[in-house]
Design a protein around this ligand. Structure first.
Ligand SMILES: *Cc1c(COP(=O)(O)O)cnc(C)c1O
Ligand code: SF4
Length: 443
């Protein structure tokens, strides 16, 4: 297919260049002011593909894709908003505004250093950065050059990574560290490259990391996964970017080596891939031999609607993307703005999944990716004072806990694991997983 030349060049739009985007004047004056203020505090980046192809400007601030990338006033406490507004109104120096914004950010995110620093694994006595290894079979790797994205999601729990120091000092040793780590951990079958978005990286950088995994001595690494939002935010990455074809050749090398390469696409709404460039990207990736799987959180005001999920999964299956996880929005970032009660999340999941083809029912949800593991909400029973939630681990630090449903209880509108506690401990003390409840979820 031919992509118009005007759509092939990546143009970022940030807090300082917002007012130059062509659609700016279509927003109400109040919205424009609010955006200018909030974008000074929260990480903000969109690009020309998102603004010209994805957002429906007739819906303005109610458009789901608009909400995905443009921050809202309510994401800041009124006093914080007022503080920045005052500075902007009196034309305060940039440095003063930046330092005020930094102060606000510092108390907004409970994990300002990101999750990479947690569980930094060791090989011998040496700490290796960039890894997270929680489940035996799968190691997460955060390439230093992949810790940003083609645009930013307003709900993202990783946003601290974007505003902080994205130091590249370990980048040169990365390929070597990855190999050493895998040699020291023979149980690992899956390497998941994540970020940010690793597809922000040049293909030759990705190849430096992936090609060494294809050597016969590492043939137990069967699945290479890349977590990405590029199919939404910049599908040109796979179609018209100068090294798009090189990436497809890399995909082919992986499959020819007898391994699988899974592109784990982050999708929240069917509209994100409802355009010719995204379709072409999907076609090219599939032709090269990649498997595509989708995952994404359930978000109030964006996709808290069974019809959106039903269409999401149905369209994906037709396009060749396998629905994988429907996540519960995590307990970090501006979660009060986006969170959906677990009870409602389960209703949405059931209503959506019961209307689609069996092929589209491969999505599991709602799933909390929490400290002890990935927990699926199986059932909710409303009682007189407490509501009971039946959960099961799909992944757990302790593999013996997987697929053993257990009841917890909490408030009717509980939104996260940290608000639930065991209700079986006294009656079934023999169940080892209850001994650890109430579980405290830290991420
Ligand atoms: C989700 C996740 C994985 C991958 O889990 P799968 O169920 O295999 O997709 C691996 N590590 C961490 C830390 C995760 O959160
Ligand atoms: S693309 Fe992923 S990492 Fe980047 S902002 Fe969105 S959710 Fe966060």
């Amino acid at each position: 297919m031919q992509v118009p030349v005007s759509e092939t060049r990546y143009r970022a739009i940030g807090a300082e260049t917002l007012s130059r985007m062509p659609e700016w004047h279509r927003l109400h004056e109040e919205t424009r002011l609010a955006l200018r203020i909030v974008a000074k505090v929260l990480p903000f980046r969109v690009n020309s593909h998102v603004t010209s192809t994805l957002i429906d400007w007739d819906c303005g601030p109610d458009d789901p894709i608009f909400r995905l990338v443009f921050p809202a006033t309510e994401m800041l406490a009124p006093s914080d908003y007022g503080h920045i507004l005052k500075l902007v109104e009196k034309d305060a120096p940039m440095a003063e505004i930046q330092s005020a914004a930094e102060n606000i950010r510092a108390h907004l995110n409970p994990h300002p250093s990101g999750q990479r620093e947690k569980n930094v694994p060791k090989v011998g006595n040496e700490h290796l950065s960039g890894f997270q290894h929680k489940y035996r079979e799968t190691v997460l790797y955060f390439p230093a050059r992949g810790q940003t994205c083609h645009a930013y999601c307003t709900f993202c729990f990783r946003w601290a990574q974007f505003v902080g120091d994205t130091s590249l000092k370990f980048a040169s040793k990365e390929a070597e560290n990855l190999r050493r780590y895998l040699h020291a951990h023979p149980d690992v079958t899956d390497v998941l490259f994540t970020g940010g978005d690793p597809m922000i990286m040049a293909t030759h950088r990705l190849a430096e990391l992936i090609d060494p995994l294809l050597e016969p001595e590492l043939d137990r690494v069967q699945n290479i996964r890349i977590g990405t939002k590029s199919l939404t935010f910049w599908p040109q990455r796979f179609v018209t970017d100068p090294d798009a074809d090189d990436f497809l050749r890399l995909v082919e090398r992986v499959t020819r080596a007898g391994r699988s390469i899974a592109i784990m696409v982050h999708l929240n709404h069917w509209r994100e891939v409802d355009n010719p460039v995204a379709h072409e990207a999907i076609r090219r990736l599939r032709d090269a031999g990649a498997v595509l799987r989708s995952q994404g959180p359930l978000l109030k005001g964006i996709n808290d609607d069974p019809e959106v999920w039903a269409r999401n999964w149905t369209d994906q299956v037709r396009l060749g993307i396998l629905p994988y996880y429907m996540f519960v929005e995590r307990d970090t970032g501006p979660r009060h703005y986006f969170e959906v009660p677990l009870r409602k999340g389960l209703e949405i999941y059931r209503d959506a999944v019961s209307t689609v083809s069996g092929l589209a029912r491969s999505a599991r949800g709602p799933v909390m990716s929490a400290d002890p593991g990935k927990l699926e909400v199986l059932d909710v029973e409303e009682g007189r004072d407490r509501t009971r939630f039946l959960l099961q681990f799909l992944q757990a630090r302790d593999p013996s806990r997987v697929r053993r449903p257990f009841w917890t209880q909490g408030d009717r509108d509980a939104t996260w694991l940290s608000q639930l506690e065991s209700c079986d401990r006294s009656t079934q003390p023999e169940r080892p997983f209850d001994a650890e409840l109430p579980l405290r979820a830290t991420r």
